[in-house]
Design a protein around this ligand. Structure first.
Ligand code: OOG
Ligand code: NI
Length: 464
């Protein structure tokens, strides 16, 4: 008898749980953040029974405090190639290309995440995965040295690679293999307090860019943050100091609204941690700043038209108010953001009618009854108006480059702003990845179209 394989969704859930446990132990302040988020979420549910009911109906209640994303930074093309294969075992694919060099961060990135609706509903965990762009280091000697250091490391355990290969060959993993795989994969994301380089090399890498030191100096790409979901990001942001946590100055993304759009996120500043440098003269103590905690609140995915409006409004705010290094002008920024975003409709129906956001359609019981009675109008818009077709927002599952740059920056110190010649290099990224990244807008559009087709079919109006 062939052995039963477990689903990729189950492997992803096991992995999310293992990673969460590991990170809480490694970064105690992250555990404190999780407690605060749980408290705020519980308060929201108590205040808003309708919200509780909606979440319970969607099967969300039990997994509300589960992490929604994490991030790593890789050093070489081979590392990226293998991480794609590793994430495939967990049902995660590369979606979107983000060029962060335009924001002075020498990386380009993608998001590994589940794609289909069932998988997203089971566990939407994603990993923002960046690849260092060594070609952006100007000093040729330093570039070569960094390449040589990275070429020597092996960030995957041999057993993890063997299990990836087994998955590729057999088309799945058994329960026992899956738990072994999760334990082995976790090793890649673990923190190592011992740098692989001397204090002197670290300093030179750090002087070129703090991020370069973070990627090149260690045995592996330690997970640098995990991000749970909050039901009220403003409340968590405001209450972080109560728990001795220092938040970044502003929440990234859109302002608070009735109808949440895209992604709002904020983080606590990366911690300074003790590390040990390698060297002939014995262990040398030092510190490194890389790891932090973040929270997120997601809203509806915007269409290309909606996104263009979002980008324009955000750029106009950022052009007007620049938040200073110490968080000066944060209040003015928040105010300006709220003000300018009034140009983006704040009702689900307007967002839908103006083709600004994506929705999932379904046939209502009234629609089915009208279909049986033969009294349905033959126009989708009329079907919506009469309550025969219902629609619900499709959640944005991806990232926002300006926000991501803000998260990077707040953990790098604002003195690190650099401008690279902004040559985005998607081809090189995809060659390293060994695959093309999927277009996120096409994925949302497909889900919207498929839901409308199915709803019309249910109403006996297929092909309308
Ligand atoms: C990734 C920063 C981006 C987000 O939520 O936008 C990110 C990093 O610091 O490596 O995680
Ligand atoms: Ni993040």
């Amino acid at each position: 008898m062939p052995q039963a394989f477990v689903s990729t969704d189950r492997i992803r859930s096991l992995f999310t749980e293992a990673m969460s446990q590991m990170y809480r132990t490694e970064v105690p302040q992250y555990g404190t953040l999780i407690e605060l988020v749980a408290e705020v979420n519980a308060g929201c549910l108590e205040k808003d029974p309708a919200l509780r009911e909606r979440l319970a109906g969607a099967g969300e209640l039990e997994r509300i405090d589960i992490e929604r994303h994490g991030a790593i930074r890789l050093g070489t093309a081979e590392e990226l190639f293998t991480i794609r294969r590793l994430f495939t075992v967990m049902g995660m694919q590369a979606v979107g290309y983000y060029d962060l060099s335009v924001a002075g961060v020498p990386v380009h990135s993608t998001c590994f995440r589940p794609i289909d609706e069932t998988a997203l509903n089971t566990n939407p965990f994603r990993v923002f995965t960046s690849l260092l762009r060594l070609e952006l280091i100007e000093d040729e000697n330093l570039r070569r040295e960094a390449e040589a250091i990275l070429a020597k490391r092996r960030i995957y355990t041999p057993r993890a690679v063997a299990l990836i290969e087994r998955h590729e060959q057999n088309g799945g993993l058994t329960e026992a293999e899956a738990s072994e795989f999760v334990a082995e994969a976790l090793e890649t994301f673990r923190w190592h307090g011992e740098a692989t380089v001397s204090a002197e090399t670290y300093k030179r890498l750090h002087d070129a860019h703090r991020l370069i030191a973070d990627v090149v100096s260690f045995k592996g790409p330690h997970i640098n943050h995990l991000t749970p979901r909050t039901l009220d990001i403003d409340a968590v942001q405001a209450r972080m100091p109560e728990r001795g946590i220092t938040p970044k100055a502003v929440i990234e993304g859109p302002p608070r609204r009735q109808c949440d759009i895209l992604l709002r996120q904020t983080s606590f500043k990366a911690l300074e941690e003790a590390i040990v440098f390698s060297g002939n003269e014995g262990a040398v103590q030092g510190t490194h700043t890389a790891r932090f905690g973040e929270i997120e609140q997601r809203g509806v995915a915007l269409t290309a038209k909606g996104r263009a409006l979002y980008d324009r409004l955000l750029a106009s705010v950022r052009g007007e108010v620049q938040v200073g290094a110490g968080g000066s002008k944060a209040g003015a920024y928040d105010q300006e953001l709220a003000e300018r975003f009034k140009a983006l409709p704040d009702s689900w129906d307007e967002l839908r009618k103006q083709d600004l956001a994506f929705f999932r359609y379904s046939a209502t019981p009234a629609g089915i009854a009208a279909s049986v009675a033969g009294t349905l109008p033959r126009d989708p818009e009329a079907l919506v108006t009469k309550g025969y077709l219902a629609f619900a927002p499709i959640v944005y599952e991806d990232f926002l480059p300006v926000s991501a740059a803000g998260i990077f920056q707040s953990n790098l110190g604002t003195d690190q702003q650099q401008n690279y010649a902004t040559r985005s290099n998607r081809d090189a990224f995809e060659t390293a990845l060994g695959a093309t990244v999927q277009d996120e807008l096409a994925l949302y559009a497909e889900r919207q179209a498929a839901s409308l087709d199915a709803a019309l079919q249910a109403l006996g109006l297929a092909g309308l």
